[in-house]
Write a protein that binds this ligand. Structure first.
Ligand code: GLU
Length: 422
């Protein structure tokens, strides 16, 4: 879905510059945030099942560590590239700062379409990638987690490879692990659950009843799929959902449990889903369909200058990272469409990653109720702080970036700042 002329890192820089200006920061006070602290590109040679050698390209980018160890997921995607991973790493720094958890930001990626690889090939790819980034990760250094097309199982392989090289078991090197390996209950659902918490809060503040809204969700992966299920199970009407093949629409509400069950067979996709009263939508039709709440939960660069004028939702909750371009943001703002930005709306995943890390350090396991209560408290506090700052910043996005930049810059200053090391 990469588009000509779109560069996610340039997009990030432009929002960063705007927010820093609104905070009245001089360029020298936040210049370091314009550059990742460390960028690593690796080659990953693996033997394919047919005996041939293939070399994949992978990345790990560490954006900022002023507030704590680097933190962020690893994605497997055919369009992944260094600029994307750089942008995603910066968004992690801002995300952790918005919800005030003690981490910096990082991200990793491998340019690969995992659907084309067998499970054994994926294991070999993950293990070799882990050895390549091993010198720069660790439970006090940089802690990976799942992202697009990776999951708990992949984290288990990373943890095992890291532990083999260290000579002892190091569960805290990754979060989002299977529960049997020290993962946290509630982590898999946490990003989607956080999205629903933020959606309800946003509707409440706008004086709207969540039960009376029509929801459209782009993406039925871990985040979009979980959010859809939670909405559906609490009686909300989801009129449209989409995946890479397109979407489906039903004005009086889709049966999400049936759709989730259909998609649990990984060879299935939405364009082949059939049910009474359900019609097929292209991706463009999904984003511009008649709904009240639109939730992009797929990839970056989806809401653009091409479709922003045609979007009919009143509220957009960014469950994906970077779904809206700077140009689209201006259009939505002018049209009075409320956008809750990614770095707040999808922070639930990394918040429960933090809980997992804390539980690992203490060798403790919390129960689901405790995890979900603490998650809700942190998400709502983040929402309030962003909303207050948005009064100065003019939008929730500006509010979120201003809260984040302020925290990171303050931490940097309290450590003496880069200049004092000269
Ligand atoms: N990949 C998730 C994100 O984009 C979670 C990262 C983490 O838990 O470290 O926020």
């Amino acid at each position: 879905m990469a588009k000509e002329g779109y560069n996610p890192y340039e997009n990030m820089l432009s929002v960063l510059d705007q927010a820093a200006a609104k905070l009245g920061l001089k360029r020298s006070e936040y210049e370091t945030l314009r550059y990742p602290e460390r960028e690593l590109t690796v080659s990953i040679p693996i033997k394919m099942d047919n005996g041939e050698l293939r070399v994949f390209e992978g990345y790990r980018v560490q954006h900022n560590s002023s507030r704590g160890p680097y933190k962020g997921g690893i994605r497997y995607h055919q369009d992944s590239n260094l600029d994307e991973v750089k942008a995603l790493s910066a968004w992690m720094s801002f995300k952790c700062a918005v919800v005030n958890i003690p981490y910096g930001g990082a991200k990793g990626g491998i340019k690969v379409d995992p659907r084309e690889l067998s499970r054994d090939e994926l294991i070999r790819l993950t293990r070799r990638y882990t050895t390549r980034i091993l010198p720069i990760i660790g439970p006090d250094q940089d802690i990976p987690a799942p992202d697009v097309n990776t999951n708990g199982e992949v984290m288990g392989w990373i943890m095992d490879t890291y532990s083999m090289f260290k000579g002892h078991s190091v569960p805290g090197v990754v979060t989002g692990k299977p529960i049997e390996l020290g993962g946290s209950i509630g982590r898999t659902e946490a990003t989607g659950r956080g999205v629903t918490i933020i959606t309800y809060q946003c509707l409440k503040k706008a004086g709207l009843n969540p039960d009376g809204q029509a929801y459209a969700i782009q993406g039925m992966g871990n985040v979009g799929g979980t959010a859809a299920r939670i909405f559906y199970e609490t009686g909300k009407k989801i009129v449209a959902v989409g995946d890479w093949s397109g979407g489906v629409y039903k004005e009086d509400g889709l049966n999400i449990l049936e759709i989730s069950a259909y998609l649990s067979d990984r060879s299935h996709c939405l364009k082949d889903y059939r049910a009474e009263g359900v019609s097929y939508l292209t991706n463009d039709e999904l984003l511009t369909c008649k709904c009240d709440v639109l939730i992009p939960a797929a990839l970056e660069n989806q809401i653009t200058a091409d479709n922003a004028e045609r979007i009919r939702a009143k509220i957009i909750i960014e469950a994906a990272n970077g779904p809206t371009t700077v140009e689209a943001d201006e259009i939505l703002n002018r049209r009075g469409i409320m956008v809750v930005p990614d770095i707040l709306a999808n922070a639930g995943g990394v918040v429960v990653s933090y809980f997992e890390w804390v539980q690992n350090i203490q060798s403790m396991a919390w129960d689901l109720d405790e995890v979900n209560k603490r998650l809700e408290k942190i998400m709502l506090k983040g929402y309030d702080e962003v909303e207050r700052m948005a009064e100065k910043g003019g939008s929730m996005r500006m509010g979120a970036y201003m809260v984040a930049i302020n925290r990171i810059v303050t931490a940097g200053k309290l450590r003496g700042g880069p200049i004092s090391m000269a």
